[in-house]
Ligand binder design. Structure first.
Ligand code: NAD
Length: 279
């Protein structure tokens, strides 16, 4: 989805993140793309990480640059330690520092347990969980080195871990994904506990069903969308902008006292709507 297909992001205040440097992983598609654009609209300079799809990443960076801030695409596989270390070194050399990390990159490799290969299990854990660990670690080294710069932000750094409602809701046929997001929740909370005394804020976002390429089959046909809507009390499937708005807010000083929280952005999916009429 391009931002033009979703709602306008023009509602984002353009000075909210002025002077801050943000890295969004997996930012050439879906939620990461909308979030990178949202952070740029809010005045941040943005590094658009991607692993494949250079052209789309360059386009996202171009769109962000049109807001009068700096943006650049950078290729790195978040599950590869050397590539993450190199990306952070590059960002600090080129952009000066990092203030905001949105650890968003993620994927699915679905199968029922008996059919799931070790490779499917490992790939999802490597990208969704280890990738967040590596990016958070490298960003934190810079946050700790630099500390708080009061003219820029009240905190020394912000980490937003992109989780999922499946950190809470078990999901048959997706044990690798659900386990990775359960891991992300505890990664986020533990880092929040460890880093809060250093004035680093770590929080999570748990999207519900958002229209992006990762889950196309769940919303592409009217029948699939109707089935999906049964799980969403608010009566609409989310779009990537819903998550971008949450990420921009969480990254800003408006949320400076929010530490170690998961913001569920899910139209009420985690209200267990099946119990509205039964149970
Ligand atoms: P998407 O497939 O559009 O985007 C995922 C991005 O991650 C892509 O840019 C992809 O190239 C990138 N990526 C994958 N492996 C990578 C790697 N090794 N290194 C760097 N980048 C890599 O899907 P999306 O829906 O935008 O997903 C973004 C995040 O949101 C994921 O963490 C996903 O689990 C989470 N999420 C999505 C939904 C939803 O309904 N779409 C719901 C809950 C959580």
């Amino acid at each position: 989805m391009s931002s033009a297909e979703g709602r306008s992001q023009k509602v984002i205040p353009s000075q909210l993140l002025r002077g801050q440097k943000a890295l969004v992983t997996g930012a050439n598609s879906g939620i990461g793309k909308a979030t990178a654009i949202g952070l740029g609209r809010a005045g941040a300079d943005v590094v658009v990480n991607y692993v494949t799809g250079r052209d789309e990443a360059e386009k996202v960076a171009e769109e962000i640059s049109s807001f009068g801030v700096r943006a650049a695409a950078y290729e790195a596989d978040v599950s590869e330690e050397g590539q993450v270390v190199a990306m952070m070194e590059w960002m600090i050399a080129e952009f000066g520092t990092i203030d905001i990390l949105v650890a968003n990159a993620g994927l699915q490799r679905d199968a029922l347990l008996a059919d799931m290969t070790l490779a499917q299990w490992q790939k999802v854990l490597d990208v969704n969980l280890t990738g967040q660990f590596l990016c958070a670690r490298e960003a934190t080294k810079e946050f700790l080195r630099r500390g708080v710069v009061p003219e820029v932000s009240r905190s020394a750094g912000k980490i937003i871990c992109m989780s999922s409602v499946h950190q809470l809701i078990p999901w048959t046929g997706h044990v690798n994904y659900a386990a990775s997001k359960g891991g992300v929740q505890m990664l986020m909370q533990t880092l929040a506990q460890e880093l809060a005394p250093k004035r680093i804020r770590v929080n999570g976002i748990a999207p519900g069903a958002i229209k992006t390429p990762i889950n196309r089959s769940a919303w592409e046909t009217p029948e699939a969308e109707r089935d999906l809507l049964r799980l969403i009390p608010y009566g609409r499937v989310g779009d990537a902008e819903d998550i971008a708005y949450a990420a921009v807010s969480l990254a800003s000083d408006l949320m400076d006292y929010v530490v170690g929280t998961t913001l569920y952005v899910d139209g009420g999916m985690t209200l267990f709507p099946g119990f509205a009429t039964g149970g």
